[in-house]
Design a protein around this ligand. Structure first.
Ligand code: PLP
Length: 394
């Protein structure tokens, strides 16, 4: 078990809180640094669908701008109704947010959480959100030697300890302030937990009496593994979803949370009023309706991922971690090579994510989004050129 490291420092009411606020997709900063326009960059660092945004969504957003003289619907009624229909759940079990990241930041305060068990290495915002309320995190990490397979056995061990502690007189209530965070499929590893395994985890968590928050930001790439239908069975299960990745609208900010209606209502009260703007609400409704785009995207990524990964495997020294998402993590020989590669690619307008800032990634690694075929080919060529010119084994 590891107590995660953090990077960066902000001041919070006089207390120093360390946050890891390094994320991919820094196109504006990098374009400025390079003195070129954002449009000339190829961004492999933020894992968004290269086929998007769908034309239907772009058109609807253009029209929706005309509604800017009114406040948006504070409850995103139409969007939530569509989501309820899509997932066959009640409207009351859904709350929309200004990106799922906004909801993640609110959860510890809204639920009174003070301790998190993070299944890592993963998205740093889970840890950040708990640290901001003075909470603590421990993690169970997947390891390189097992190609970052989800660390389920380690997770069960901790849950066993928690269950034992909870069974002691008067101790169950303590665990109401505890949560497990799982991201499925996980970023940056790309590994997925099978639905049946995740259900076993949720059963154990249920016995402990703590919360479990499952981030399904990338589940659209393997939707049959979503736990969303189980929210009616487990009152302490919360699911986070995002429109960002699959519909390629990170700049619009739209995500949602699904859970037991009274819990959802208390979380909603912690979000700022009108947190989801009108254009984002319209984008969400239109995105859900575009069934053809969704089908085409899944088919494309499934095929292109196979091709891209097999190309990457031909590069000597690169160790490709299997992925069930729209990105792939690759290990390289050392940190110097990882940093040199990021810099060299960046000079060519190709942005990739160095995984060094993910707590629990113990071997030097990079994360690449699966992009369009010609873009993926360009990255593969650039990697090969780097290896040839520098004479360094990647
Ligand atoms: C795993 C994971 N969850 C959530 C988010 C946040 O997504 P959103 O754009 O909906 O805030 C990200 C963004 O990178 C992510 O990687």
């Amino acid at each position: 078990m590891r107590f995660p490291l953090s990077f960066g420092t902000i001041l919070d009411d006089g207390d120093v809180v360390n946050l890891n606020e390094v994320h991919g997709g820094k196109v504006y900063q990098i374009a400025k640094q390079l003195g070129r326009s954002v449009e000339t960059l190829i961004d492999f660092s933020a894992s968004v669908n290269p086929l998007g945004p769908p034309a239907s969504v772009l058109n609807a957003m253009h029209l929706a701008v005309n509604g800017c003289q009114h406040y948006p619907d504070p409850h995103s009624e139409e969007l939530r109704a569509q989501l309820a229909h899509e997932h066959k759940i009640s409207v009351e079990s859904i709350v929309a947010g200004n990106g799922s990241a906004e909801i993640i930041r609110m959860l510890p305060k809204a639920l009174g959480l003070c301790r998190g068990l993070i299944v890592g290495p993963t998205f740093s915002e889970f840890e950040n959100s708990l640290r901001l309320v003075g909470g603590q995190c421990i993690s169970v990490d997947a390891v390189s030697a097992q190609r970052y397979a989800p660390p389920l056995e380690k997770l069960y061990e901790v849950l066993k300890e928690w269950k034992l502690a909870a069974s002691k007189k008067n101790h169950k209530a303590v665990f109401h302030t505890h949560t497990v965070f799982v991201c499925n499929p996980n970023s940056p590893t790309g590994r997925r937990i099978l639905l049946r395994d995740l259900r076993k985890v949720v059963d154990e968590v249920h016995r402990v009496g703590c919360w479990i928050i499952v981030d399904e930001a990338f589940i659209d790439w393997c939707p049959s593994h979503s736990l969303i239908k189980d929210i009616s069975i487990y009152p302490r299960l919360l699911i986070l979803r995002s429109f960002t990745k699959f519909f390629s609208i990170p700049g619009i900010r739209l995500g949602y949370l699904v859970g037991e209606p009274t819990v959802v209502e208390s979380i909603r009260r912690h979000l700022s009023p009108w947190s989801v703007n009108h254009v984002a609400q319209v984008a969400g409704v239109e995105a859900l309706a575009d069934v053809r785009f969704r089908k085409r995207s899944r088919g494309f990524i499934q095929q292109e991922r196979i091709r891209f990964l097999s190309q990457l495997r031909t590069i000597p020294g690169l160790r490709v971690i299997p992925s069930q998402a729209n990105f792939v993590m690759v290990e390289v020989s050392n940190h110097v090579v990882a940093e040199a590669l990021v810099a060299r690619l960046q000079e060519q307008g190709i942005l990739v994510r160095n995984c060094q800032t993910f707590s629990g990634v113990t071997k030097p690694a990079l994360r690449f989004a699966v992009r369009l075929r010609r873009e993926n080919d360009r990255l593969v060529q650039a990697l090969k050129r780097f290896s040839k010119i520098s004479g360094v084994q990647i």
